[in-house]
Ligand binder design. Structure first.
Ligand code: ATP
Ligand code: MG
Length: 265
């Protein structure tokens, strides 16, 4: 089973600075869908950058499929895709087609294979009619999908999403999640999403919470909601639906991967 593993990871910006992340350990399996919660400045984006090998730990190890990120093995970049909040930062091509081809081209992928992948990725994201169009003509939602396409075309094992849907309208957000959960089903993609919106949390199975650089919770998301006072102290908002269930005396359903789940008994 392919895993993304943090083993007692410390991260400091300079050797004498206080740690931004301290002693963080967890392991995410391919096919898992987890949310990463915590206040502003808790270290969430730093954790995703470490997971993608964009920065290296000051102490401890980050491993992707058994490969330590400090080896700087280029395979890590292919296996772990990262999508930032601001999609435009990630768009590099003039046309949709060029943009999608950028990563595969850098990998030295064969042109015929690349063309097939560009087409299938564009189709999956509903971008096929725009392949030859300038990126500048796309709406914000479509640019976000294009940024996702640029990551998915590499066929990663893990996808890290740093507040990916904050710029999307509710309809586009739902569509975005449908694509992610389909990929999880089809290819066993592991997903870590930073600061999911309350309405998105019923798509998660697992929650991780960072508080001032420490991992203070790692478990089934239903267990997170089971301690609302503690959750509030970590600056995490309990979704309305969960609060309602708790107030009404229903048990909280476990993450159900998208269909919202049924009321527990
Ligand atoms: N390059 C850096 N040099 C020094 N400090 C940094 C650097 N990058 C981040 N920090 C600090 O590290 C801490 C964690 O930052 P990070 O961006 O990971 O938090 P976050 O949980 O993603 O916050 P937000 O919810 O605001 O996105 C913050 O205190 C931030 O100021
Ligand atoms: Mg952040």
């Amino acid at each position: 089973m392919t895993r993304l593993t943090f083993d007692r990871v410390d991260y400091r910006s300079t050797p004498t600075a206080s740690p931004i992340l301290g002693e963080v350990s967890f392991s995410l399996a391919a096919g898992e869908v987890a949310g990463l919660f915590g206040r502003n400045g808790a270290g969430k984006s730093t954790l995703t950058r470490l997971a993608a090998g964009l920065v290296l730990p000051t102490a401890g190890r980050v491993e992707v499929a058994g490969i330590c990120t400090s080896t700087r093995d280029p395979d890590i970049q292919r296996r772990v895709g990262i999508l930032f909040q601001d999609a435009d930062r990630q768009i590099v091509g003039v046309t949709v087609e060029e943009d999608l081809a950028f990563g595969p081209e850098n990998l030295g992928m064969e042109p015929a294979v690349m063309r097939t992948r560009v087409r299938s990725t564009a189709e999956r994201l509903g971008l096929a009619p725009w392949l030859r169009r300038p990126v500048a003509e796309l709406s914000g939602g479509m640019r976000q999908k294009l940024a996702l396409g640029g990551v998915l075309i590499m066929e990663p094992d893990f996808l890290l999403l740093d507040e990916p849907t904050s710029q999307l309208d509710p309809w586009a957000r739902r569509e975005f999640w449908e694509i992610l959960l389909d990929l999880r089903r089809e290819r066993g993609l592991g997903i870590l999403v930073v600061s999911p919106r309350p309405a998105e949390t019923d798509r998660l199975e697992r929650a991780l919470v960072l508080e001032a650089g420490r991992l203070v919770f790692d478990g089934p998301i239903a267990d997170l909601w089971a301690a609302p006072d503690r959750v509030a102290a970590w600056g995490v908002r309990v979704p309305e639906g969960i609060r309602w269930r708790q107030a009404a005396g229903f048990s909280v359903p476990a993450g159900s991967g998208g269909n919202g789940g049924g009321a527990g008994r």
